[in-house]
Design a protein around this ligand. Structure first.
Ligand code: BGC
Length: 829
C-alpha cells in the first residue's frame, strides 16, 4: 500500500504453532473444553497438570488497560485513539505505535491486545467512530496491518475487531446488520481480510450483532467459510464480551473462545453437547488447538510467571504519543493565523475543553492514564502562565461533571443496607464499574448493595444539578433529602453499554463554601445481557449567558483567543450513538461570540468524528485535534506554535450538515435501525463515494488537511503491470518550510457495467520534503485495485475498459489524472 517502508510479508509474522499439537493430544475432553471459554473477565484457565499457562488478554486499542475494572486500575500509557491514528495516514508511525503497545501489554502481564478496532465509519453518529480508523476500507486496512505488525513483531497478539457489521451501537447486542455480500467484501470485510492476508493477525473478535440474520458468533459463513476458507486464517476467534449466545452453534460455526468467563454457554454445557452428539470431538479438539496455538505464539503456553501489573511510564512512550498526536491533528482551515508567533500580549484560553484533557473516548477503550495534559497545561508548559487567561464560557458535558473528593463506599451482602457492611473502602471519584470479584470477593456480583457517601462543597452559590446513571438501581440524597431517583421507575437508557439508565438529574440550591452531605444508595439488578454493575454520580453548576459574555470580554481584551470546544468520551463512546453532529450545549454560541469579540481566534476541536460548524466562515483557523492521548495539551501546543506541523488528513468526510451523510434516510431501517434490523441500503456508496454519487459538496472532504507549507504534483504516469498498474507521480514542496503531505491515488472505472463509485482510494503515501525538494513516488496497484466483487459469480471481476487514476491531496483536490485500459479478468477470493 505504501511506497516506502519495510516490506513485511505474512511469513515473517507467523510463528507456526508446533508445541500446541503435542499438548492438545494430552488433554482430556474436559480440559480441551476448559480452554474454550474464559475463567474470568480477562483470562483463560491454566492447566497445571501439564504446565499449561494462563492466557491473559487486555483492552485495547489506545493502550493496554490491564485486568480489573474499566475504571481505575493500574496506570497505563494513553495513545491517540483510532480516528486520530487514522488521520495520520502513516503506516510506519502506526507500526511504531503497535510495537510500543506491545510493551504496554507486557507491563500488564498480558499476551493479547483486544485491538485494533476496524469497523467502518458508516454513519457520522456512530458512538464508536472514534475507536475506528476511517470511512475508507483501504486506509483502514493499511493501518490495521501496520498496527498488527508492530504488535505481533514483539510477540503480542492482535485481536482485530469487531467481525463484522458492527457499525453502530444502537441495540448492538441484538441488531441484525443486513448487508449485501458485495458491500461486505468491498468495504466492511476489507480491513479484516488485509489483517489476515497481509498482517497475519493471530486473533479475531466476533461482534455482538447478527449479520444477515445470524449472530456473528455463530455465523459459519463468516467465521469459517470466509475467514478460514477464503482468506486462510489459522489463528483464534473469540467472542465479544457476552457475545456468545449458544453452545453447539457457536462451536460448530468456528468460534474458538467464549468470553468472558466463567463460562455461560460452554464448560459443562459443551461437554454435554459433545456427549449428545451436537458437537464433534474433533471440532472441540480443533478449537482447543487454535487456542493452544495462540498461547504458543504469544508465549503464554509455558508462561508460569506470577501475574503482575506494572505502571510503565517511559520517556520514549511519552515522546511517541506526543509525536503521533501531532501527526494526526488536521488543520481544517488556516487564513494565515497558524502557526502562532510568540505572543506579545495575552492569550485568552476559552472553552469547556481548555482546562480538561480530553484524551480518549468512552467505553471499553478507556483506561487509567499515567497523566493527562490539558490544553491549558500544554500552553503553560510552552509559554508560562503569565500571558494566559482562562474562561470556560459554557459546558459540553452529557452528564453532570463527575463528583470527586474524599468519598467512602460501603458494600453490603444482599440487596439491602440492613446488616453491617461487608467491606468498606475509600473512593476518590464517584464512578465504578463492578465486575467480580467485587469488594475483594466479599459480596456476590448479582446480589449486593453499595453506599457511596461524602461531602460536597460548592465553590459558588446557586442551583446545582446532581446526576446519577446506573446499571443497577440508585438514589441520591443531599443532606438527607432525596434529590435524584434512579431506583423507582428505573428505565433502560443509553449508558453503560445499554445496561444503564439515562442520567436522572435533580437540583439543590447550595451556598458557596458550605459543605453538604451526599449519600448514594445502589443495589445490583439483573443484567439484560452484559453481566456487571456500574454507577456514576455527577454534580455541577449550570453556566449561563453571563459566562459566555465573560469569555467574549476576555477574548476582546486579548491579543489572541484560543477556543477549545468539542465533545468528550461521554459522547464518543461505545454503547450509544450520537443524536446529531452539532457541538453539544452552547458551544456554537460561545465560538460565535468569541469570533465576534476577537477575529484573531483559533478554534481547536476535539471530537471523535465530524461536527457541523455554523461559524466556519468567520473562523480564521480551525484545528481538529481528536482525542490524542495523554500528551494532548503538549501536542496541541506543538502544532499551534509550529514546533510540529499538523500532520493529519481527514479519515472521514465532514458533511456540511448531518442530513448529507450517507446513512441519512427517511427509512429508519437504514439508520438507526428498526424492528431489530439495520439495512446497509447505500451499499458500497459510503463516505466520499456517497458525496461523489450525489454531487454533495462536503464541508471538508475526505483526505483534506493543511500543513504549514505547500505542495504540487506533476507528471502522473501510469503503465499496465502484471494485470494491475504502476503509477508514478512527482511531488514538490513549493513552500518555505519542511513539511509532510499525503499523496492519494484514486481509481475510477469509467465503463463499469455495475454501479461503482466515481473513484476509490487505492494507494497513498505520506512523505516529508524540504523546501524546493522533489520526489518521485511509485505506486504499484495489484489487479484487485481495479476489480469489483461480482456477487453472482462469487469472485472479483475486472471488466474490460478504461480506468481513470487521479492523484491528489484530498477526495476533491485531485491534481493529476491519467487513463489506463486493462484486460478483463477474474480474481480468486
Ligand atoms: C467491547 C470490546 C471489548 C470488550 C472487553 C466489549 O464491550 O465491544 O471491544 O474488547 O468489551 O472489554
Amino acid at each position: 500500500m505504501k511506497t516506502e517502508g519495510r516490506p513485511h510479508g505474512r511469513d515473517d509474522m507467523q510463528k507456526k504453532p508446533t508445541e500446541a499439537e503435542k499438548f492438545v493430544n494430552q488433554l482430556t475432553l474436559e480440559e480441551q473444553v476448559s480452554l474454550l471459554s474464559g475463567e474470568d473477565f480477562w483470562s483463560l484457565p491454566a492447566i497445571p497438570r501439564l504446565g499449561v499457562g494462563k492466557l491473559r488478554v487486555t483492552d485495547g486499542p489506545n493502550g493496554a488497560r490491564g485486568g480489573g475494572s474499566l475504571v481505575g486500575g493500574v496506570k497505563s500509557a494513553a495513545f491517540p485513539v483510532g480516528i486520530a491514528l487514522g488521520a495520520t495516514w502513516d503506516a510506519a508511525l502506526v507500526e511504531e505505535v503497535g510495537a510500543s503497545l506491545a510493551e504496554e501489554v507486557k507491563s500488564k502481564g498480558a499476551h493479547v491486545l483486544l485491538a485494533p478496532t476496524v469497523n467502518i465509519h458508516r454513519s457520522v453518529t456512530n458512538g464508536r467512530n472514534f475507536e475506528c480508523y476511517s470511512e475508507d476500507p483501504e486506509l483502514s486496512a493499511a493501518l490495521a496491518v501496520a498496527y498488527i505488525r508492530g504488535l505481533q513483531g514483539k510477540g503480542v497478539a492482535a485481536t482485530i475487531k469487531h467481525f463484522a457489521g458492527n457499525e453502530s451501537e444502537i441495540e448492538r447486542t441484538t441488531m441484525d446488520s443486513v448487508v449485501d455480500e458485495r458491500s461486505l467484501r468491498e468495504v466492511y470485510l476489507r480491513p479484516f481480510e488485509a489483517a489476515v492476508k497481509e498482517g497475519g493477525t493471530w486473533a479475531v473478535m466476533s461482534s455482538y450483532n447478527r449479520l444477515n440474520g445470524t449472530y456473528t458468533a455463530e455465523n459459519g459463513w463468516l467465521l469459517t467459510h470466509v475467514l478460514r476458507g477464503d482468506w486462510g486464517f489459522d489463528g483464534t476467534v473469540m467472542s465479544d464480551w457476552f457475545g456468545s449466545r449458544s453452545t453447539a452453534p457457536t462451536v460448530n460455526a468456528g468460534l474458538d473462545i467464549e468470553m468472558p468467563g466463567p463460562p455461560r454457554d460452554r464448560g459443562a454445557a459443551l461437554v454435554a453437547a459433545v456427549e449428545a452428539g451436537e458437537v464433534g470431538r474433533d471440532t472441540v479438539r480443533k478449537r482447543a488447538l487454535n487456542v493452544l496455538g495462540l498461547m504458543e505464539r504469544t508465549g503464554a503456553l509455558l508462561d508460569q510467571r506470577p501475574h503482575q501489573e506494572r505502571a510503565d511510564d517511559r520517556p520514549e512512550t511519552r515522546e511517541l504519543i506526543r509525536r503521533a498526536g501531532a501527526a494526526g491533528m488536521v488543520l481544517l482551515k488556516n487564513d494565515g493565523m497558524l502557526p502562532l508567533s510568540e505572543p506579545r500580549g495575552t492569550i485568552a484560553v476559552i472553552g469547556p475543553n481548555a482546562q480538561v484533557a480530553q484524551i480518549m473516548g468512552g467505553g471499553s477503550a478507556q483506561l487509567n492514564p499515567h497523566y493527562a495534559v490539558s490544553p491549558w497545561d500544554g500552553l503553560v508548559a510552552r509559554l508560562g502562565g503569565e500571558r494566559l487567561v482562562h474562561e470556560q464560557g459554557c459546558t459540553n458535558h452529557r452528564w453532570e461533571p463527575l463528583w470527586t473528593g474524599d468519598l467512602t463506599v460501603e458494600f453490603f451482602a444482599g440487596r439491602d443496607f440492613g446488616a453491617a457492611p461487608a467491606h468498606v473502602e475509600p473512593m476518590n471519584a464517584a464512578t465504578a464499574f463492578w465486575i467480580p470479584p467485587i469488594a475483594g470477593g466479599k459480596v456476590q456480583a448479582d446480589s449486593f448493595a453499595a453506599r457511596i457517601s461524602g461531602a460536597y462543597t460548592p465553590e459558588q452559590s446557586g442551583t446545582h444539578r446532581f446526576g446519577v446513571t446506573a446499571a443497577g438501581y440508585a438514589r441520591l440524597y443531599v443532606d438527607g433529602s432525596l434529590v435524584a431517583d434512579a431506583w423507582e421507575g428505573w428505565t433502560k437508557g443509553r449508558t453503560f453499554f445499554e445496561e444503564g439508565c439515562d442520567e436522572v438529574v435533580g437540583e439543590a440550591v447550595l451556598e458557596a463554601g458550605r459543605p453538604v452531605e451526599v449519600v448514594v444508595e445502589f443495589t445490583s439488578k439483573r443484567a439484560d445481557n452484559l453481566r456487571f454493575s456500574a454507577i456514576r454520580v455527577g454534580v455541577g453548576r449550570p453556566l449561563s449567558d453571563a459566562d459566555i459574555a465573560r469569555a467574549a470580554e476576555a477574548a476582546a481584551r486579548a491579543e489572541t483567543a484560543l477556543v477549545f470546544v468539542g465533545r468528550s468520551g461521554e459522547w464518543d463512546t461505545e454503547g450509544s450513538d450520537l443524536e446529531g453532529i452539532a457541538l453539544p450545549g452552547r458551544q456554537d454560541e460561545l465560538v460565535a461570540a468569541v469570533l465576534k469579540a476577537n477575529p484573531r481566534t483559533v478554534v481547536v476541536l476535539q471530537t471523535g468524528g465530524p461536527v457541523e460548524l455554523p461559524w466556519m466562515v468567520d473562523a480564521p483557523a480551525i484545528l481538529q485535534a481528536w482525542y490524542p492521548g495523554q500528551e494532548c495539551g503538549n501536542a496541541i501546543a506543538d502544532v499551534l506554535f509550529g514546533d510540529a506541523e499538523p500532520g493529519g488528513r481527514l479519515p472521514q468526510t465532514f458533511p456540511r450538515r448531518w442530513s448529507d451523510n450517507p446513512t441519512w434516510s427517511q427509512d429508519p431501517e437504514v439508520y438507526p435501525g428498526s424492528g431489530g434490523k439495520v439495512r446497509y441500503e447505500e451499499g458500497v456508496f459510503i463516505g466520499y463515494r456517497h458525496y461523489d454519487r450525489f454531487g454533495l459538496e462536503p464541508l471538508f472532504p475526505f483526505g483534506h488537511g493543511l500543513g504549514y507549507t505547500s505542495f504540487a504534483l506533476s507528471d502522473l504516469d501510469v503503465i499496465e503491470r502484471r494485470g494491475g498498474a504502476r503509477a508514478t507521480v512527482k511531488v514538490i514542496n513549493t513552500g518555505k518550510r519542511r513539511g509532510s503531505t499525503v499523496v492519494q491515488l484514486y481509481v475510477g472505472d469509467l465503463e463499469a457495467s455495475v454501479p461503482r463509485p466515481m473513484k476509490e482510494l487505492k494507494a497513498f503515501a505520506k512523505i516529508a520534503l524540504d523546501p524546493g525538494e522533489t520526489r518521485e513516488l511509485t505506486f504499484d496497484l495489484a489487479p484487485r485495485a481495479f476489480a469489483f466483487f461480482d456477487q453472482g459469480a462469487g469472485c472479483w471481476r475486472i471488466e474490460e475498459g478504461t480506468f481513470e487514476l487521479h492523484a491528489g491531496f484530498s477526495a476533491t483536490d485531485l491534481r493529476q489524472s491519467a487513463a489506463i485500459s486493462t484486460p478483463p479478468d477474474t480474481l480468486p477470493l
